[in-house]
Design a protein around this ligand. Sequence first.
Ligand code: GLA
Length: 384
Amino acid sequence: MKPGDLVQNFQAHFNAKPGFLVRAPGRVNLIGEHTDYNDGFVLPMAIDREVWIALTPRADSTVRIASLDLETESAFELHSLTPGKGWLEYPKGIASVLMNAGYDLKGFDAVITGDVPRGAGLSSSAAVELAVARAFACSSNFDWDAVTMAKLAQKAENEWVGVNSGIMDQMASAASRAGFALFLDCRSLEFQHAPLPKGVSIVVLDTSTRRGLVDSAYNERRNQCEEAAGWFGVKALRDVGDVGEWKAGSGLSEAAFKRARHIVTENARALEAIEAMKTGDVKRLGRLFNASHDSLRDDFEVTNDALNVIVDSARELDGCYGARMTGAGFGGCAVALVAEEKVTAFTQAVSAAYRQRFGLEAAVYVCKPSDGAGVAPLDERDRL
Ligand code: GLA
């Protein structure tokens, strides 16, 4: 679906031209995994897989959204929001947090589509949240501030949808810039746009595995991190500087110790990664990717066999500087850093190796670092 097609679809559906076209991207995290809810550092980038909404403001408080992908049309009233089930909880959650924050919202008629793979760890939900927030900014004519909107979208995800995620996904979808990764301090929410080293491609490898119970495993990791922070007597594991001296025991469980060791070393790796990016040291960046995966596998214990196999397969190939799982884990995607001129051969070889060793088809996406949520010109036809 191209944005131009979306505009035509809107016309067919609502018998009029849309007033606005908005978009928000998914993201891939390069390094700094599970550090966001520990007040730590992350380095995601927005990808060229996005959610698009064509809309026209309404004078009343009805929101009507036709989903091209699901072939459904749904509607809700801004002043009588009640929780339910399904994808509409994202727009309703965004509406609810915006109104609670004092925004005077107007409804809209919209058509939505997107190509962020769902459930793969590429933040399709953050993309929907930020695109809907952008749509409300257009229908209700308020100023867009990326950090404010990311915080509100996270609140919608936590409180309305009921998923206890950190701030990384929403910040990446809201505040990224084309050509750059987003280096984010999750405590202060200060960020820098960090240029990607020249001559490398970011390749996302979707294992095609999806694990149920991700939420409970994720919450368990959060609790273990909090337990460890309490044991160290700090606000968050971000405040623990070095793993040198510690051992499990005297009140700290083996599991919490290992979770803490991952967070502390991962924060150090994220800080080193930003240096490697600034100096264009791709080999060092690749080594950090590898160490991150190993720590997520052995200490944080959030990889599955599929992720380990695809990462090992990628690392063995010519032109691959490093590879690691990305996102929450337990299935979904890995990310590899690959020399640009080797990408075509790499994508073929990694798919073949994964198929042979694991018996599944991987989906492979060579991703471009993209802009955060924004308004697109209505006649834009060739972006997707
Ligand atoms: C999910 C969450 C993020 C982050 C990652 C792990 O994507 O939504 O907030 O915690 O997992 O780094």
